[in-house]
Design a protein around this ligand. Structure first.
Ligand SMILES: Cc1ncc(COP(=O)(O)O)c(C=O)c1O
Length: 474
């Protein structure tokens, strides 16, 4: 038996290692189980320390945080503890990382089992964890044309690789078609694709990204398709021979949880294919959230996808591509692939997602519908006139409070934070309250508790708005 095992696997499978790991999982779970509900700071002393730590951190980073938030490191499911001992519902999960909430025993166990591996892995000398993660992803997209992949460190890096392999394949064409309001990351290349000039202030502009409008529900399918194709054909004519590919978030994240009926994607991708463009889906935010592992599976677009990127809830990032997009040696590499802990956790996340989360009767759909129903009830009842609209798909839940201005949304977010729910914003106008909830660990009752806090926050803001309008009528 021993000669058929490496020292590493003997270590991981040894009784001593197993017991030590389980003991840590157990003591963490005991501490975590004492975090039961939303509560304020534990004491004035902790509160003072928290303020000092926060103030120092904000000074060091040269700007304030959006919220007064410093995590203690522990939590329990959707609940997160802050450094002052206060507890809040985490509905934005580090912008989509912690789909399985905080202090999850299975994920913690994976991180501990990585103690038998190097801390960081790289491209030249990968470990088992990188290979296992890639395999776990590729076997789940077997009905697509995606046959290879690279594991890397963050969404932006995955997108950079996607862009490079598309440009290499289509050389000398290098331009990219992107969608209005899209987000692709903040590297030099990705900030050019991201449709937000504020994010590239003072940066050079190379003029190689051309925008087409995305689907708009008010316009409906036919008009949306017409406008997108019209813009696409204009760019194809104007930049003939120069356009390499089209990049799309199947559900726009930063842009406001915008998505389309399947027919829209089909028509746009048919046109793109006909024009010889590479089809690149950015699933960094949608991965795992839309009722299937990838949104291209939810919308049944397998046959069109040439390149896809994923990150966030994966706890690692990856770019998958078809045989024909496999880049030439030298184009893609880099020192870091990821920590062994994050690579193990990533594989485990994929396995956990297989357990009853997908499909029309899966947990994601159930909890998403519950949120939608609760918000609908509020908008027709106690919060009439305070929720203008909702934009939900699976584990992406958003609503427009009041008139959706930056001021209104920040007001509501801060009030929700004060009352115990951490959320964020999306959309470029109207702006929405954005939630990427940890549906991996939430109960229906917890969705109701969060909805009650949203109700309280909306009512309080409505009252404050009224008072403000009385003092300074516009
Ligand atoms: C759609 C999309 N693409 C790219 C990124 C960039 O990913 P990262 O922040 O991990 O670099 C994000 C992050 O918010 C995203 O939502």
């Amino acid at each position: 038996m021993t000669s058929a095992q490496t020292e590493a696997s003997k270590l991981i499978e040894s009784e001593a290692f197993r017991q030590a790991t389980e003991r840590v999982v157990q003591v963490v779970s005991e501490s975590s189980s004492r975090i039961r509900s939303v509560c304020p700071a534990r004491s004035t002393e902790l509160s003072e320390k928290f303020k000092q730590a926060l103030s120092q951190f904000q000074k060091d980073r040269g700007r304030d945080l959006f919220f007064p938030f410093l995590a203690s490191g522990l939590g329990s499911g959707p609940l997160v503890e802050l450094e002052d001992g206060s507890v809040k519902f985490d509905m934005i999960t580090g912008i989509g990382i912690n789909f399985f909430g905080h202090s999850h025993p299975d994920l913690l166990r994976e991180a501990l089992l990585a103690a038998g591996s190097d801390i960081y892995q790289g491209n030249l000398q990968p470990g088992r964890e990188t290979a296992d993660l890639l395999r776990a992803l590729l076997v789940r997209v077997e009905s697509s044309r995606l046959k290879h992949g690279w594991v890397t460190t963050c969404g932006t890096m995955a997108n950079e690789i996607a862009l490079k392999i598309i440009r290499q394949k289509k050389f000398p064409a290098s331009h990219i078609i992107a969608f209005s309001d899209c987000f692709a990351g903040r590297s030099t290349a990705m900030q050019e694709i991201t449709d937000n000039p504020k994010y590239r202030e003072g940066q050079p502009h190379h003029g190689e990204v051309h925008y087409v409008p995305f689907y708009h529900p008010n316009l409906g399918l036919r008009e949306s398709v017409r406008l997108t194709l019209e813009a696409l054909h204009e760019h194809l004519t104007r930049y003939a021979g120069k356009i390499a590919g089209i990049m799309m978030e199947p559900v726009q994240g930063e842009g406001g949880f915008n998505y389309a009926p399947r027919e829209y994607y089909l028509e746009i991708f048919e046109a793109a294919k006909k024009a010889g463009l590479a089809i690149w889906l950015d699933e960094i935010q949608t991965f795992g959230r839309t009722g299937q592992l990838f949104a291209f599976q939810t919308f049944e677009l397998q046959q069109y996808v040439d390149v896809v990127t994923a990150a966030k809830m994966l706890h690692a990032s990856v770019v998958l591509f078809s045989e024909e997009y496999n880049p030439k040696p030298g184009l893609v590499a880099g020192t870091f692939t990821g920590t062994s802990a994050s690579l193990r956790v990533a594989r485990r996340v994929i396995e956990l997602l297989d357990r009853g989360f997908y499909g029309p009767s899966g947990r994601i759909s159930l909890l998403s519908d519950r949120f939608a129903r609760n918000l609908q009830k509020l908008s027709e009842g106690s919060c009439r006139g305070m929720i203008a609209s909702q934009r939900n798909i699976g584990g992406m839940v958003a609503f427009q409070p009041f008139s959706g201005t930056q001021e209104d949304v920040k007001w509501v977010l801060m009030k929700m934070f004060e009352y115990g729910v951490v959320a964020f914003q999306c959309g470029h106008g109207p702006i929405l309250v954005r939630m990427l909830p940890p549906f991996g660990v939430m109960s229906e009752q917890q969705v109701d508790e969060v909805s009650l806090i949203i109700e309280r926050a909306l009512l309080a803001v409505a009252e404050e708005r009224k008072k403000k309008a009385e003092v300074s009528p516009s």
